[in-house]
Design a protein. Structure first.
Length: 115
């Protein structure tokens, strides 16, 4: 199982970024996908989740109305569109899924929001 994340970087407050996570090694379309983040000195936070068909999503209160999770099952890819970014969104963002036997994580991509 391999997760390859991209799209992180340095952005000014109010800016936007789009994260991507390309998955291989399992049946992507059968799994709920999640984006987590971890800021320095803080615990890991679940940011957003998306159902297997992409018809249901959930968001942390801190990102509702600013972030959008989506997926393309034909491309084995999950996305996180992040708009109106704030300094407190600075963190390492990782995609994640699990089943009854294992938990799978990407390597993470750094997002830094700073002027």
């Amino acid at each position: 199982v391999q997760f390859v994340e991209s799209g992180g970087g340095l952005v000014q407050p109010g800016g936007s970024l789009r994260l991507s996570c390309v998955v291989s090694g399992f049946t992507f379309s059968a799994y709920i996908m999640n984006w987590y983040r971890q800021a320095p000195g803080k615990g890991r936070e679940l940011v957003a989740s998306i159902s297997t068909r992409g018809d249901r999503t959930n968001y942390a209160d801190s990102v509702k109305g600013r972030f959008t999770i989506s997926r393309d099952n034909a491309k084995n890819t999950v996305y996180l569109q992040m708009n109106s970014l704030k300094p407190e969104d600075t963190a390492v963002y990782s995609c994640h899924t699990d089943n009854a036997y294992s938990t799978f994580w990407g390597q993470g991509t750094q997002v830094t929001v700073s002027s």
